[in-house]
Design a protein around this ligand. Structure first.
Ligand code: ZN
Length: 380
């Protein structure tokens, strides 16, 4: 997606949210959810072996700095801008170099490739492949079939990309429907680089595709995502039983993902709800002496800056109906209810999360017997 993105980079540098990194540094950090490990993955990257600007070892070092669990090496099959200097005769070479460099570091390096065709069906990444050379084919259908033969997980890349869809609409053409129906296409990018698509989210919901978000990095991830000033690369959080490629692949086929993009969490509510439950927990509750204000403390265990909109009848002593909770911090809420409460629910719309176009999930906290707990101090 590189060739026409130069102007977009210049504009979007201003728009990227500027917040300082939390105590976890630049390492992307989300809690595990009930029954699953949360693996942080970037499944779309390039190096000089296609149209990227760096040697594969740089992709590995960047991923280690970002605390990723896995990256996929996905060079274009049909587009090699450095061909004269780097012929890339064996199309697995980029992966092999990255994998060797990663060594026993713990970063999983996944062999993949970007099948780069005109729309439809456009671009797609086949990952967990054994031999990229065998996927080279002018006929897109044959390329997809070769990928399936190797057991690949295949996702549709940036279907909203203005390079192939001038108005950024997502067109589920008959060719794409056929790939989905034949189980040759399993996921879709709902974000790519610095772009987002509600229509791609709707396509994932309509066709039961796994939602993916990727950096599609070509240059340096620090520059592209303004990491020195608090930015982060887009990644896919994958909920896996085990921290290995087998577990990761299984999770992707089963659609267990949430996309983390520019302080936004995107995904199916089935996975959003447990991630929010693990990310926001009650730290303490209680009353202080004669104040008739229930004091609730919520701890944020994630990198997300939560933006919560109050959906209950209560007011807050220190906040409007919008409550922001910075990454890895605790937020105090003093509940203005007109009477002393015992057991009650707090309900918020989570504005920094999306489960369908223009639809935010609801997070509920059940507070029980708060009047029986006396706090030693309270600060406002
Ligand atoms: Zn790409």
């Amino acid at each position: 997606m590189k060739y026409i993105s130069i102007l977009i980079i210049a504009i979007s540098q201003i728009a990227i949210s500027q917040h300082t990194h939390s105590k976890t540094g630049r390492s992307i950090s989300f809690p595990n959810i009930k029954g699953y490990l949360t693996l942080v993955c970037d499944l779309h990257t390039h190096s000089v072996f296609s149209d990227g600007s760096v040697w594969p070892n740089i992709r590995v070092t960047e991923a280690q700095k970002d605390g990723l669990d896995a990256i996929a090496v996905t060079e274009h099959i049909e587009y090699q801008s450095h061909k004269e200097d780097i012929p890339h005769l064996d199309r697995n070479r980029s992966y092999e170099l990255a994998n060797k460099y990663s060594g026993k570091s713990g970063l999983m390096v996944i062999n993949g490739t970007e099948i780069t065709k005109d729309m439809p069906p456009g671009h797609a990444n086949a990952i967990f492949v054994k031999d990229v050379n065998k996927i080279i084919n002018d006929d897109y259908m044959e390329a997809y079939k070769a990928a399936r033969k190797q057991g690949a997980f295949v996702f549709w890349n940036h279907p909203h990309w203005i390079g192939q869809s001038k108005d950024a609409s997502v067109n589920i053409a008959d060719e794409v429907k056929e790939l989905i129906n034949k189980r040759l296409l399993h996921g879709v990018e709902v974000t790519n680089e610095r772009t987002y698509s509600d229509q791609a989210i709707q396509a994932a919901l309509d066709h039961d595709l796994t939602m993916i978000g990727t950096s599609d990095v070509h240059d340096l991830v620090d520059w592209d995502y303004n990491i020195p000033h608090g930015g982060h690369r887009p990644v896919t959080l994958v909920f896996s039983k085990k921290r290995d490629q087998k577990g990761l692949k299984r999770a992707l086929f089963q659609g267990r993902t949430i996309v983390w993009y520019n302080n936004l969490m995107i995904g199916k509510n089935e996975w959003m709800a447990p991630l929010i439950d693990a990310s926001l927990t009650l730290d303490s509750v209680g009353y202080y002496k004669n104040y008739e204000l229930a004091i609730i403390k919520i701890r944020n265990h994630s990198d997300a800056r939560f933006i919560l909109k109050n959906k209950t009848e209560y007011d807050f002593y220190q906040h409007s109906d919008l409550v922001e909770i910075e990454p890895h911090t605790i937020k105090q809420l003093a509940i203005v209810s007109g009477k002393k409460l015992s057991s009650f629910d707090l309900e918020f719309e989570v504005l920094n999360a999306v489960i369908a176009p223009s639809t935010h999930p609801i997070k509920k906290f059940s507070i029980r017997d708060v009047d029986k707990i006396e706090l030693k101090e309270v600060k406002f």
